[in-house]
Design a protein around this ligand. Structure first.
Ligand code: NAP
Ligand code: GLV
Length: 306
């Protein structure tokens, strides 16, 4: 059996060295340097090219190098393939910190003061009053974000696919409760997985339910957002601002309107970055489990796509 690491768009030297240290007896191959794809049973993947998946007839496990699994085309994998993702308290903590920092910056009007500093024009204003925040997705990351916001004085709602009960969070679920969840929100955070059902969920109809001063924070995937709807909603004062960490096209194209829109803050997909020091052990554990037939940890439901 062989193990293939197929992670594009980053330097994998440190990862390969750490994985090899954890698995000294395992031969690890790094895409595209693998001439025997038929023997591959385990793939560690991130932004793997589509052509790879058709060439792995004996695949047993695909491990995502991140929390999201939307880059793995589950419907075309050999039947019974297990798909696993990263679950890491450090990742949840980083995400909670990112969202809280941007929510507080909006509340305290930091961006306005930066703009005023550039113009040498001083206009003191009180902090924004609205503190009702809604988190779309109450999974590993969404729950951590909801809790962090609640611990810091926000009144928090959450929305998920199935019904939940969480301390301090008003829980909503399903399509039928989406409008009540969104009604009057001052902060709207997206932490949904990207699936057929969540594609385009951040749209004008949803924006028309939240408050006119609401800050949208999209830290999930670019395809959750209808970009034109966001621009229209911002320009027509239906939303107060947007913090975007993810985009339909990454890196964000140089000519994109988001770079210079006065109500938009962009960051380069860094809200919660997979940390080698904390995740190598769980990836190595799943590789060993694949060898021995032990259960794979942090598997997703391939029928739901997350
Ligand atoms: P997760 O643990 O799989 O949780 C997903 C949540 O979304 C669950 O609460 C689920 O509901 C809910 N959900 C799924 N489909 C839904 C639907 N159709 N309607 C309503 N709710 C739905 O995911 P996670 O680990 O929290 O991560 C979320 C996403 O964050 C990832 O998929 C990834 O795209 C993104 N991410 C971004 C970064 C970054 O740096 N920007 C870093 C890591 C991850 P149930 O609880 O009812 O199943
Ligand atoms: C990053 O976007 C992840 O899914 O881990």
């Amino acid at each position: 059996m062989s193990v293939l690491v197929c992670i594009t768009g980053r330097n994998n030297e440190k990862l390969m060295a750490k994985l090899q240290d954890a698995l000294p007896d395992v031969e690890l191959k790094l895409w595209p340097h693998c001439d025997d794809l038929e023997s591959v049973k385990f793939v560690l993947a991130w932004k793997a090219p589509q052509e790879l998946w058709q060439k792995l007839p004996n695949l047993k496990v695909v491990q995502s190098f991140g929390a999201g699994v939307d880059g793995i085309p589950m419907s075309i994998l050999p039947s019974g393939t297990v798909v696993a993702r990263i679950i890491d308290p450090q990742l949840s903590d980083d995400m909670a910190e990112y969202v809280l920092s941007h929510a507080l910056a909006h509340k305290l009007r930091h961006q306005n003061y930066c703009a005023e500093q550039a113009k040498k024009n001083w206009k003191p204003r009180r902090a924004r009053k609205g503190v009702t925040a809604g988190v779309l997705g109450l999974g590993e990351l969404g729950k951590a974000v909801a809790q962090r916001l609640s611990d810091n004085g926000f009144t928090v709602r959450g929305w998920s696919r199935s019904a939940k009960q969480l301390d301090d969070i008003a829980c909503y679920y399903g399509e039928a409760q989406l409008a009540s969840f969104a009604s009057g929100l001052d902060y709207l955070v997206c932490l949904l997985p990207l699936t057929d059902s969540t594609h385009g969920v951040l749209n004008r109809q949803l924006f028309q339910n939240v408050s006119n001063d609401c800050l949208l924070i999209n830290v999930a995937r670019g395809q959750h957002l209808n970009e034109q709807d966001l621009i229209d909603a911002l320009n027509e004062q239906e939303l107060g601002g947007a913090v975007l960490d993810v985009f339909t096209t990454e890196p964000l194209p140089e000519k994109h309107v988001f770079w210079s829109h006065p109500k938009v803050t962009v960051t380069p997909h860094i809200a919660a970055v997979t940390n080698l020091d904390t995740v190598v052990a769980q990836i190595a554990g799943n590789i060993r489990a694949c060898f021995t037939g032990a259960p794979i940890k942090n598997g997703v439901d391939v029928t739901q796509g997350y």
